[in-house]
Ligand binder design. Structure first.
Ligand SMILES: CC(C)(COP(=O)(O)OP(=O)(O)OC[C@H]1O[C@@H](n2cnc3c(N)ncnc32)[C@H](O)[C@@H]1OP(=O)(O)O)[C@@H](O)C(=O)NCCC(=O)NCCS
Length: 176
């Protein structure tokens, strides 16, 4: 992962956030990775991206991290924080306050280089810094590559599953 730095996004970077999201949901594996399509993402107006970027750049409710090589954004992961009693992005009630990792993506020509490890560590460190003890994610049962990367990074299946618009997702968790 030489020459790659991972950092939180900045509020003024909403155009890059939008570009990377559209790139991610255009990936050949997007059908087992993301719940939206390029057309859905392109339909959002500038105000949507400005608000999302501001929300993920500052504060303790959410944070988006990017992996940067030179001036290129080559990967991303976002953490969403749920207090007790909240409803998560899949509509589940949250019984123990926790963080979820969503929107995980590494550009194809940088896969297998450890970028995902650095992104997940940044996500975990940030959540731990908030005093959280657990970080979860949902991964499609057919997304074997993502599951292997998550296992290598300390995520274990909880045995729970959730049904999304794209099929069955397994819940994995990492203790912080
Ligand atoms: C998921 C993703 C972020 C993982 O990053 P990555 O750089 O590809 O991950 P790595 O190469 O470090 O690790 C992948 C693991 O899967 C293994 N693997 C590779 N291809 C595989 C396949 N077809 N089936 C099963 N395992 C596979 C690799 O051997 C490696 O496991 P190992 O560390 O035990 O050897 C990246 O592939 C990606 O962006 N995919 C598209 C979007 C996506 O699926 N996002 C996740 C949504 S939950």
């Amino acid at each position: 992962m030489t020459g790659v730095a991972v950092r939180r996004i900045r509020e003024d970077e909403w155009r890059r956030v939008r570009r990377l999201r559209i790139e991610a949901v255009s990936d050949p594996d997007a059908g087992i990775a993301f719940l939206s399509t390029p057309d859905q993402e392109r339909a959002h107006d500038d105000a949507f991206w400005q608000q999302r970027t501001a929300d993920n750049a500052t504060g303790d409710a959410a944070a988006q991290f990017v992996a940067v090589a030179g001036d290129e954004w080559i990967g991303t992961a976002t953490v969403l924080v749920y207090p007790l009693g909240a409803t998560d992005y899949m509509g589940r009630t949250v019984w123990t306050s926790r963080a979820d990792v969503v929107g995980v993506y590494v550009r194809a020509d940088h896969r297998g280089s450890g970028v995902i490890d650095a992104l997940l560590d940044a996500a975990a460190d940030w959540a731990a810094g908030l005093g959280l003890r657990q970080i979860n994610l949902d991964v499609h049962v057919d997304n074997a590559r993502a599951q292997a990367a998550y296992r290598r990074n300390g995520f274990v299946p909880t045995g729970e599953t959730v049904t999304s618009a794209h099929g069955t997702e397994a819940v994995m968790t990492r203790t912080l």
